[in-house]
Structures are given as structure tokens and as C-alpha cells.
Design a binder for this molecule. Structure first.
Ligand SMILES: Nc1ncnc2c1ncn2[C@@H]1O[C@H](COP(=O)(O)OP(=O)(O)O)[C@@H](O)[C@H]1O
Ligand SMILES: [Mg+2]
Length: 249
């Protein structure tokens, strides 16, 4: 098992009153699996991802990555957020290599890895460009390359395509599926977009709101290689309906 979350709860204080945002969350992601968590806005998706990333600590429960309990941020988890979160004053290559520098890689090792992951995301030509000169989709590919460069045990993504226009979003979904197959990365992605989740995931957890609890789990029995024509199939509609019913229940 690559990621295991057990009996996880999180309370926040809102205007002095405690509110339960996540309650008794149990989920897992197997090695090389692509899992999505789908929920409405405000259901606690980002809170869940921040806890797994170690950016905040749970009120109770446990998070274990590859056998090690999470007690803070770490290079075993790669992060990609909705807002590109690239450093605007650094070039694309410097952004991708930033974490490696912190981890003490030599210049030569860093350059080699940065070059490799820029190839993987198809941006080798843009190594010395600055983020603001790139489109939103390209910036997200840089963020993905940066997250992969540390060779994390799992890639954690919080609505990574939420800020992109529909056309770019759909091509990024195809790109991510190919990347997942090529690199064998384990992925946990959070989204409010049901169609996106059904298209990408092998398994979906449905997060219901107030308090955030896992309302169900659906196995998406499509082959790993998927193309857009799938979105028009009856089977695809059936999965979408199942997910939306669970979210509303
Ligand atoms: N640091 C915080 N302090 C207080 N409340 C918070 C904090 N972070 C999130 N919340 C609350 O938790 C709930 C879930 O937020 P969030 O995890 O961002 O949901 P989602 O990502 O699903 O939209 C919201 O009601 C939000 O206001
Ligand atoms: Mg969110």
C-alpha cells in the first residue's frame, strides 16, 4: 500500500466555534494506482490534501505513506495545486530544480534530472523561459515536472486543471493519463469535476459535505488507455450518474 489514511478527522475553529470539516476518513491508494476524490466545493477536499501533504496536522487519525507515518512535508509526496505556484523570478528549469537544490543534489545531478523531466512534460525547449511567458497549461506541466523531479512515492494534486479553459483542461487530462502510464507514478487527485474524475481515475472516493465523510467508493472499470470518445459512451454516463447521486445523498 502506498498511502493509507485511517480514521482521519479535522476540526477548525470558526468565529470561536469548532467545526468538523473532516470526519472519520478512511482511504487508501495502491502503488501505481490513479485515485480521485470528488466532492462539492467546501466539502474539505483541500483540507484532506493538505493533511496528507503534511502542511497541517489532523485532529485525530493517521496518515501513512509507504509504511512511514506523515508528520510534516516531505519529498516522498509531490504536490501540484490549482494555482500554478511557480516562482515567477525563476526560469522553468530553475523552478523544476528548486526542490532538488534544497535536497542537496549536485549541480550535475540536478541538471540531468531537470532535463529529463522537462522532456517528459514536453517542455525541454522552454528551459530558460520565465513562467509568465507560458500558457496556463504549460505552467501546470512545469509544476508537474517540478513535483515529479524528486521522484515522490505519490503525486498529490488539488484541482490541478481547475483554472484552465475547457479545451486546455481536456488536453491536460489526456496528457496526465499518458504521463501516469509512462512513469508509473501513483496519483491521488482531488477535483470537483465528476467528468474529470470518471475519465482519469481507476477508483473514485466520494466526499460528502458538512462534515466531510466518504459517502462511497466507485471502481471505474475502463482500460488504462482511454481516449475522449469514452466520454460519449453509455458506460461513462452511468458512472457519472452514480457519482453525482452519491455526492447529493
Ligand atoms: N485554516 C482554516 N481555518 C478555518 N476553517 C477552515 C480552514 N481551512 C478550511 N476551512 C474550512 O473548511 C471547510 C472546507 O474547506 P476546503 O478544504 O478548502 O474545501 P474544498 O477544497 O472542498 O472546497 C470550509 O468550510 C472552510 O471554510
Ligand atoms: Mg479546494
Amino acid at each position: 500500500m502506498n498511502l493509507e489514511v485511517s480514521s482521519l478527522s479535522k476540526k477548525f475553529l470558526k468565529n470561536g466555534n469548532p467545526i468538523v470539516v473532516l470526519q472519520d476518513i478512511n482511504l487508501f491508494v495502491e502503488n501505481r494506482e490513479f485515485v480521485c476524490v470528488v466532492g462539492a466545493s467546501g466539502s474539505g477536499k483541500s483540507t484532506l490534501l493538505r493533511l496528507i501533504a503534511g502542511l497541517d496536522s489532523p485532529t485525530s487519525g493517521a496518515i501513512v505513506v509507504d509504511g512511514h507515518p506523515v508528520c510534516g512535508p516531505g519529498s516522498d509526496r509531490g504536490l501540484v495545486f490549482q494555482n500554478y505556484s511557480l516562482y515567477p523570478w525563476m526560469t522553468v528549469a530553475e523552478n523544476v530544480g528548486f526542490g532538488l537544490k534544497l535536497q542537496g543534489f549536485t549541480d550535475a545531478e540536478r541538471q540531468q534530472r531537470v532535463g529529463y523531466y522537462l522532456e517528459v512534460v514536453g517542455l525541454a525547449k522552454f528551459a530558460s523561459a520565465f513562467p509568465k511567458t507560458l500558457s496556463g497549461g504549460m505552467q501546470q506541466r512545469v509544476a508537474i515536472a517540478r513535483a515529479l523531479a524528486s521522484r515522490p512515492k505519490i503525486l498529490l494534486m488539488d484541482e490541478p486543471f481547475g483554472a484552465l479553459d475547457l479545451f486546455t483542461k481536456e488536453s491536460m487530462q489526456e496528457f496526465l493519463l499518458q504521463l501516469w502510464q509512462q512513469t508509473g507514478t501513483t496519483i491521488l487527485m482531488i477535483t470537483h469535476d465528476i467528468e474529470e474524475a470518471v475519465f482519469l481515475a481507476q477508483r473514485i472516493y466520494i466526499l460528502s459535505a458538512n462534515p466531510g465523510t466518504i459517502a462511497g467508493e466507485i471502481l471505474i472499470s475502463f482500460p488504462e488507455s482511454r481516449s475522449f470518445s469514452l466520454k460519449k459512451s453509455r458506460h461513462f454516463m452511468k458512472f457519472k450518474n452514480q457519482v453525482s447521486q452519491l455526492i447529493r445523498s
